[in-house]
Design a protein around this ligand. Structure first.
Ligand code: NAD
Length: 503
């Protein structure tokens, strides 16, 4: 497969030249109202890849004008029509999988093989929600005392602001856009300023798939709050769906209270990865690499705290460290690369500060532990053993290729340690004992549990967290419900005694 990774500078330039650089408003690509622009960099080289229009508050409001204008007609389209647009978009993204993958590798840094995996995962939301669009069931029933009928139907929530993070440029966009389209909502999408090119390319595909003008509006911007601020104050906006950090999510929840907006919040995580004494150790190591190193550790689902039973900790640590040390950092477009750079210099500095603090409070570096010198923001895959339970690295999202290991002696202690976090997104349990799996899953305060599985994201599953990891679910049959409101119509039963039910 190595030759598939050989990307020439000409191929990169040709692809970048095909990415729209404007704002998409009301079906037209255009410049920012003040003609401002911002640059998008390659984190593996620090070089500028493209210069995009930089949306202003005024542009954001124009995008909402467009979304609001077409909302009524879009809500009335046949579900089958919306399904077919999504299905065509699935086909187009799949056809252009190599372009999407390379674009993500260029702007985000992940190795091409991983970027291809994200294209498959991200495209699947388009297919899944094309199937869900025609299966949004309401209900009809008789009231318990038999005098009325209850009719329940779902309606699109209305114009939505969708805000996405930089770490999964395609999947985070499709995971929101697809259910919104399926439900009949119009959209203002604001991608992360570090990786907006994939959304630019994706919006173009949605238009090609036949999405009517104004349904999807795209406002890349270097100033997120100058987009979200005015939109969230405008009563025409009905919903905000955000994926990103918990502090920004909290701020948006406060802003959303002004107009009592519907909200979906996919926020930060601090996943425990628990290895019990009866686990298959080789599978646990394989799962640990997947759960830690997917996206260089820059994932909300990334295993952040390795809790290993004391009787197997030494063996697990040795095998895991060997597997981490065998990974190959490099530019994602280069053959053989298995670990890309971190997103920027600030991210790398933060990761290293956590490692230094852990070591100062007693941890041992088993492998890695330092930034890699030279071009780009690379950090060595790192394993730390003997990490103190109160070390900062266990309290915060590492968002980098660093695995801190601590030990436990009883199942009860493992559960207590796992739950000792304000986050509750993904968790992982390795054991051969199914009874234990159910026991632990019952007691663990996380929205998602991987049982002997290091990667659990799937378009057909409800993705989301509890506690400060957020509100709502994306994917699964739950995903479309985030974009609908419920309307109840009470119908007098034509056969009932109307006099008897006046009260
Ligand atoms: P971030 O919170 O800095 O930014 C996310 C998005 O919000 C970006 O588009 C950004 O421009 C925008 N934003 C930033 N400040 C804003 C403000 N004041 N008002 C409005 N919008 C604002 O997060 P990030 O660094 O892009 O992404 C990493 C974070 O995202 C991590 O915490 C990670 O765990 C989380 N994440 C969560 C999930 C999930 O599904 N739960 C998935 C991926 C990432």
């Amino acid at each position: 497969m190595a030759e598939r990774n050989s990307v020439t500078p000409e191929r990169e330039a040709e692809l970048l030249a095909s990415v729209p650089t404007g704002l998409l408003i009301g079906g037209h690509w255009r410049q920012a109202s003040d003609e401002g622009t911002f640059d998008v960099e390659d984190p593996a080289t620090g070089k500028v890849l493209a210069t995009l229009a930089d949306a202003t508050s005024e542009d954001a409001l124009s995008a909402l004008d467009a979304a609001h204008k077409v909302q009524p007609s879009w809500a009335r389209t046949a579900p089958r029509e919306r399904a077919e647009i999504l299905n065509r978009a699935f086909g187009l993204v799949t056809e252009r999988a190599e372009d999407f993958a390379l674009l993500m590798t260029l702007e985000m840094g992940k190795p091409l093989a991983e970027a291809r995996g994200e294209v498959a995962y991200g495209a699947e939301f388009l297919r899944w929600f094309s199937e869900e669009a025609v299966r949004d069931y309401g209900r009809y029933l008789t009231t318990p005392e038999g005098k009325n009928k209850i009719l329940v139907q779902h309606k699109p929530v209305g114009p939505c602001l969708l805000i996405t993070p930089w770490n999964f440029p395609l999947a985070m966009a499709t995971r929101k856009v697809a259910p919104a389209v399926a439900a009949g909502c119009t959209i203002v999408l604001k991608p992360a300023k570090l990786t907006p090119l994939t959304s630019q390319f994706f919006a173009q595909v949605m238009m090609e798939a036949g999405l009517p003008a104004g349904v999807l509006n795209l406002v890349p911007s270097s100033s997120a709050s100058s987009i979200s601020g005015p939109l969230m104050k405008d009563a025409r906006l009905r919903k905000v769906s955000f994926t990103g950090s918990t502090p920004v999510g909290k701020k948006l929840l406060a802003d959303a209270s002004q107009n009592v907006l519907r909200t979906s919040m996919e926020l930060g995580g601090n996943a425990p990865f628990i290895v019990f004494e009866d686990a298959d150790l080789d599978k646990a190591v394989q799962g640990a690499i997947a759960a830690k190193m997917r996206n260089m550790g820059e994932a909300c689902t990334a295993a952040n705290r390795f809790l290993v039973h004391e009787s197997i900790a030494a063996e697990f640590t040795t095998k895991f460290a060997e597997a981490m040390a065998a990974l190959k950092p490099g530019r994602g477009t280069e053959a053989g690369t298995t670990v890309g750079p971190l997103i920027d210099g600030g991210a790398r500095k933060d990761v290293h500060a956590l490692v230094e603090e852990a070591v100062a409070s007693g941890a041992t570096v088993v492998t890695g532990g330092v930034p890699i010198e030279g071009e780009g923001y690379f950090y060595q895959p790192t394993v730390l053993a003997g990490v103190a339970n109160d070390a900062e690295i266990l309290q915060t999202e590492i968002f980098g290729p660093v695995a801190p290991i601590t030990t436990f002696s009883t199942e009860e202690q493992a559960i207590t340690l796992a739950n000792a976090s304000e986050y509750g997104l993904a968790s992982y349990i390795y054991t051969r004992d199914y009874a234990r799996m159910f026991r632990v899953a019952e007691q663990i305060e996380f929205g998602m549990v991987g049982f002997n599985a290091g990667v659990i994201s799937n378009a057909a599953a409800p993705f989301g967290g509890v506690k400060q990891s957020g509100l709502g679910r994306e994917g699964g049959s739950e995903g479309i419900a985030e974009y609908t409101t419920t309307q109840y119509i009470g119908i007098a039963d034509p056969h009932a005694d109307q006099e008897g039910q006046k009260s």
